[in-house]
Design a protein around this ligand. Structure first.
Ligand code: ARG
Length: 465
């Protein structure tokens, strides 16, 4: 873990004894924050350019820093960089190596900044990069949902309340419900990105710096839209990480609900869908098994993201201004949130358009459970009954159906007229599943027409992203 250039310990001059080796390891973050090496280098490059612009570094020094940092990035990417616990974190590891490579100029890089504003900048750059990857995965999932919805716009399935058959719906309509949820997740993430995209560098340790820094210039180089306006807040704010994790927890909650449906629907009891084999695994003992592992795992992984949100909220709770070492604990929950969300989204975006819908099974299931009972009640209202009375009449018809094992659409006209003499031959138009879904023909309704219109709107929305 250590090498020559990393031997000298940070802040050693003030100390009369060296740090206990356990404490050194306990307080280090290099084991996990090395993940932010690119952002750390990117931030340092911008800072060095700014220092040169305001006359603190000269062009030759800047050139040395640029080349040194480039070499360090190459070493890290080639797996040749030796990380040192003694150098505590990503910031000190890189600075120590830079100083080893270019000498005293390496030590000048930290002029006008502190690790406190440096780490706050690195995390923001890191989350911003990840947000952009996650947004593109969310888009891919939305495209998959639209594809499946448009393919299954006419496919009839039972819609449920209380997981009991309620009314027939179209499969496409059901998929577009997922589309809407993901769309809100996208909006939440886009909104979070605005606050992430704010530059804290220049806050220095907590109070700002005595050097004539140009924060607008640094912000421009790093693509930050805004600059933090209070140095104490700039170094201690982790709201943006909490917001990101709250977005992630909500997304995972949605994916867990979706997963639950996929698990149910692919079971022998439902048989609504087939998940392609490549998304499933077998059992080591039961040869017939094909397990929906991907949705099950996504459902299960939701828990750890909720946990990370709770960790970050609790981490920040009661912290006095400004920076505290507690904040080092923000990274692991954040990184695991990113990994979990990216993995789950990738699996879903690949899997959704590959789902095979068993249309006969969904149709048969919709026929069971008197799913057109509400249609009959609405029909009777059309014939002049008050809704409560028609509800009563249909209740009697359903009770009869349960006794005789018949669906409403399978009863004779005479039988139906026995419950209400206003019923005529045209009742069968509304008792069919096709009639039932087609009749819900308004914005937001389940009619195949509406599904197709919603697919068009969804495509236009994706184009605008
Ligand atoms: N590794 C630290 C963190 O992740 C960097 C900031 C250290 N600042 C300090 N004053 N010790 O938060």
């Amino acid at each position: 873990m250590s090498n020559k250039h990393n031997q000298q310990k940070l802040s050693s001059a003030r100390f009369s004894e060296s740090t206990d080796s356990f404490v050194e390891a306990f307080t280090a973050s290099i084991q996990f924050d090395q993940r932010m090496y690119r952002q750390d280098i990117q931030g340092s490059l911008a800072h060095a350019k700014m220092l040169t612009k305001v006359g603190i570094l000269n062009e030759g020094e800047l050139q040395d820093i640029i080349e040194g940092l480039q070499q360090i990035q190459d070493e890290i990417e080639a797996g040749e960089f030796s990380w040192s616990i003694q150098q505590e974190d990503i910031h000190m590891n890189i600075e120590a190596r830079l100083t080893h490579l270019i000498g005293i100029t390496g030590k000048k890089l930290h002029t006008g900044r502190s690790r406190n504003d440096q780490v706050a900048t690195d995390i923001r750059l890191y989350i911003r990069d990840e947000i952009d990857v996650i947004l593109s995965e969310l888009k891919r999932l939305q495209e998959g949902l639209i594809e499946l919805a448009s393919r299954e716009a006419d496919t009839i399935m039972p819609g449920f309340t209380h997981l009991q058959t309620a009314q027939p719906v179209t499969f496409g309509h059901h998929m577009l419900a997922w589309f809407e949820m993901i769309k809100r997740d996208v909006e939440r993430l886009q909104d979070c990105r605005k606050r992430v995209n704010t530059l804290p560098l220049g806050s220095a340790a907590l109070a700002g710096t005595t050097y004539p820094i140009d924060r607008e210039f640094t912000a421009g180089l790093l693509g930050f839209e805004r600059i933090t306006e209070n140095s104490l807040d700039g170094v201690s704010d982790r709201d943006f990480a909490i917001e990101f994790t709250a977005f992630a927890a909500t997304l995972m909650m949605h994916l867990s609900r979706f997963s639950e449906e996929l698990v149910l629907w692919s079971s022998a009891q439902f048989q609504f869908i087939d998940l392609p084999d490549r998304f499933c695994t077998g059992s080591s003992i039961m040869p017939q098994k094909k397990n929906p592992d991907v949705p099950e795992l996504v459902r299960g992984k939701t828990g750890r993201v909720y946990g990370h949100l709770m960790s970050l909220l609790t981490l920040m709770k009661s912290q006095p201004l400004a920076y505290n070492k507690d904040n080092q604990e923000d990274k692991e929950p954040l990184f695991d949130t990113v990994d979990t969300v990216r993995g789950s989204l990738r699996a879903f975006a690949d899997m959704i358009p590959a789902i095979i819908v068993q249309k006969e099974m969904t149709y048969e299931a919709a026929k069971r459970g008197f799913s057109t009972a509400t249609d009959l009640a609405d029909y009777l209202v059309g014939k002049g009954l008050a809704f409560r009375d028609s509800h009563e009449v249909v209740g009697l018809a359903v009770a009869h159906g349960i006794q005789t094992g018949q669906d409403l659409s399978e009863m004779s006209l005479e039988t139906l007229q026995g419950f209400c003499d206003k019923i005529t031959e045209d009742v069968f138009d509304v008792l069919t599943l096709e009639g039932s879904v087609a009749a819900r023909d308004h914005l937001g309704g389940t009619a195949p027409n509406q599904v197709r219109a919603a697919v068009e709107r969804a495509k236009a929305y994706l184009m605008s992203l």
